[in-house]
Design a protein around this ligand. Structure first.
Ligand code: NDP
Length: 289
């Protein structure tokens, strides 16, 4: 098993972004601004937001953080987003998901101005992406494309199975991979898919975004398969002080003696998602002039 660690790759993206940002500021330009909106006090979200704001600060971006109470009304969240849409110092608006259950995520996301939608979640961005027009590519799919390119994994003419069809990972990723330039033949599986194993066994690349630990074991993969494990799952682990650890969707132990390549969890797609967010924020800053 070959491990496709993304630590060096993400570090090199940060190094190059930091340099680009410094040069940009040295020319007298305003630094890129990233606003992060958190609603409620979800522990995992808090950690993600901390990582994102730290990375933004490292790169020399200006960070704006907003914490709204978990019982905030939809109009209060929307009002903050609209204020940020009008704020010229802000190039990217990140609404940390998931939102508390009483809020309509999809409806709220639509209020983010598409030119600041660095997550690429609005319908306007998705529509442009489908048509191959200028847009923000959603961060996790973008990170996965970067991983494939970095490790020299060509997608042209390859059979790829994407397991999962969410709006933020599976669906946009499948659309990108089947598009011109990537030219893959893509199957997208969901919870009703029959005989998933037959699909994955006949695929050159398998990308799993399901959210179930140990979901795919060795029996799902043929020799030579490139596996991108998007899943982030917490499982209990009494050997750890905190009592849990993070694993992906793939049962890695079962693959240890197999001829496959796989991204680790942690240290894989998650790192690239944040790096892609920072790339999108810089792109937004440049586009906004
Ligand atoms: P969702 O829960 O929105 O989607 C999961 C998908 O998996 C659904 O489409 C579901 O099908 C499908 N699925 C469930 N069971 C099966 C099955 N038995 N066979 C085939 N498909 C199945 O999750 P997300 O896409 O938001 O996230 C997926 C995972 O990726 C999570 O662990 C999440 O934490 C992680 N993640 C990681 C990121 C990173 O940066 N590394 C970023 C975003 C997410 P159906 O539509 O029929 O319900």
């Amino acid at each position: 098993m070959i491990e496709l660690s993304c630590k060096e790759l993400s570090s090199s993206i940060y190094d190059s972004l930091k340099e680009k940002t410094q040069k940009f500021i040295d020319k007298g330009n305003r630094a890129p601004g990233l606003a992060v909106v958190t609603v409620g006090d979800d522990e995992a979200s808090r950690l993600y937001v901390k990582t994102k704001t730290e990375k933004a600060a490292y790169l020399g971006y200006v960070g704006f953080q907003y914490f709204l109470n978990g019982d905030s009304r939809e109009d209060e969240v929307v009002s903050l987003i609209e204020t940020l849409n009008r704020d010229d110092r802000v190039d990217g608006i990140l609404l940390q998901l998931p939102l508390p259950k009483h809020l309509d995520e999809k409806r709220i996301i639509e209020h983010i101005s598409s030119d600041k939608d660095v997550d690429g979640f609005t319908s306007a961005n998705m529509g442009r992406m489908v048509k191959g027009e200028e847009c923000f590519i959603p961060c996790t799919p973008k990170g996965i494309l970067t991983i494939l390119s970095h490790f020299g994994v060509s997608t042209s003419g390859k059979r790829i199975t994407v397991v999962g069809r969410s709006d933020i990972v599976g669906k946009p990723l499948a659309l990108l991979l089947m598009g011109k330039g990537y030219d893959a033949t893509v199957s997208v599986a969901n919870s009703k898919t029959k005989d998933l194993r037959a699909l994955t066994l006949s695929s050159d690349i398998v990308i799993s975004a399901v959210g179930k630990p140990m979901f795919l074991d060795s029996s799902y993969f043929s020799d030579g398969t490139v596996i991108i494990d998007v899943g982030i799952n917490r499982i209990s682990d009494p050997t750890r002080k905190r009592g849990w650890r993070t694993v992906g969707d793939v049962d890695r132990e079962s693959l240890s003696q197999r001829d496959v390549s796989i991204t680790p969890v942690p240290g894989g797609v998650g790192l690239m998602t944040v790096a892609s967010l920072m790339e999108n924020t810089f792109i937004s800053r440049e586009r906004r002039g």
